[in-house]
Design a protein around this ligand. Structure first.
Ligand code: DAH
Length: 341
């Protein structure tokens, strides 16, 4: 029996230390130490021994058992460490390999111009507002003093959503004046940039979707001189010192008096060329003193408060700012064009 035990110990130790993975190790544990294992089988024969030999043989068997148990535990730890090591190596990341450079996008020149415009007005204490492109005709027209039958309300000019002409794509950013007057405490200084929509065919100066920036000031004792001073300051800051502007009388339903502001053409310096259609000037915006009816409809007393407003074409302004000659370049999004700014 002594030899039997020694043989089991020798074979088991060799097998256990050679186990290649946890599953093989577990198999060996069952084979030697399990209920039906080889060592267990030897112990079962213990009854056949004389009372004299039994204690010594028992002690020897226990010793073999604990040697095997310890070796199994040790081997198990070694296998786990080796597995972890392998996993770490497989998942290793070489942080010194140069990365793949991502092609970054580029800000559109019109939005560069818009950011400059916002900065100029924020610097003068204006708040920038955002508003809905799907607008009620009551905000786009009625509350701006454009009564039923006004030509701009015509179906041939405006995108309506319903047969009653009550919901539409806004044709101007001016409804933001009404939204500001209805919700903001006085005095008010706002600019509101955004998309507007009209049924126009695309050509060098037209698009069915374009951008405007609305501006409005309501305070006490506001005059046309404030309007002209502010817009001249805008022109100088945006287009450069010494930029020449002119104001022409005009008509808008929501302002009285009304005007348009032109900036001298950057291409010809006022002599007349294709870019300015021979005019020497480029029209940038409409403006005026807010009509008392408009103030009254939004619950503001025109005897106490007065204000001015303007609506600027953003594409045209960006074209003047960056000396771009054709409106279509703004919308075509040719990367070779956009990357120049
Ligand atoms: N909404 C006008 C347009 O689209 C532009 C405009 C003119 C806006 C005068 C104004 C203004 O705020 O006072 O043609």
């Amino acid at each position: 029996m002594k030899e039997q035990l020694a043989k089991i110990e020798r074979e088991a130790l060799e097998a256990i230390t050679g186990a290649e993975n946890p599953a093989a190790l577990e198999e060996l544990r069952v084979r030697y130490l399990g209920k039906k294992g080889e060592l267990t089988a030897v112990l079962k024969q213990m009854g056949k021994l004389s009372a004299q030999d039994r204690p010594a043989m028992g002690a020897l068997a226990n010793e073999v058992r604990s040697v095997l148990e310890e070796t199994i535990e040790l081997t198990s730890q070694k296998l786990a460490a080796a597995a972890l090591d392998l996993k770490m190596k497989a998942e290793a990341l070489d942080v010194t390999i140069p990365g793949q450079e991502a092609a970054l996008g580029h800000k559109h020149p019109m939005y560069i111009a818009l950011d400059e415009i916002k900065d100029i007005f924020v610097g003068m204490g204006f708040t920038v507002l955002d508003g809905p492109e799907v607008e009620l005709a009551s905000y786009n027209f009625d509350k701006l003093n454009a009564e039923e039958g006004h030509p701009s309300r015509d179906w041939s000019d405006t995108f309506y959503f319903d047969a009653d002409s009550r919901v539409m794509l806004r044709s101007q950013t001016s409804p933001m004046q009404v939204r500001a007057m209805e919700t903001m405490p006085l005095p008010i200084r706002i600019v509101a940039p955004g998309r507007v929509y009209r049924k126009d065919e695309v050509d060098a100066t037209h698009s069915p979707m374009f951008h405007q920036v609305e501006g409005m000031v309501i305070d006490k004792n506001v005059t046309m001189a404030d309007l002209k001073g502010t817009l001249n300051l805008l022109a100088e800051q945006l287009f450069g010192a010494g930029t020449v502007t002119r104001f022409r009388p005009h008509h808008f339903p929501f302002t009285e008096p009304s005007c348009e502001m032109d900036v001298q053409c950057h291409k010809c310096g006022g002599a007349g060329c294709p870019t300015c259609k021979g005019e020497g000037w480029i029209e940038i915006l409409g403006a005026g003193m807010i009509h008392p009816n408009v103030l009254r409809m939004s619950g503001i007393d025109p005897e106490i408060w007065s204000g001015w407003a303007f609506g600027m074409g953003l594409e045209r302004t960006a074209m003047r700012r960056f000396k771009i000659s054709d409106l279509r370049l703004i919308f075509e999004n040719d990367v070779r064009f956009l990357e120049q700014f």
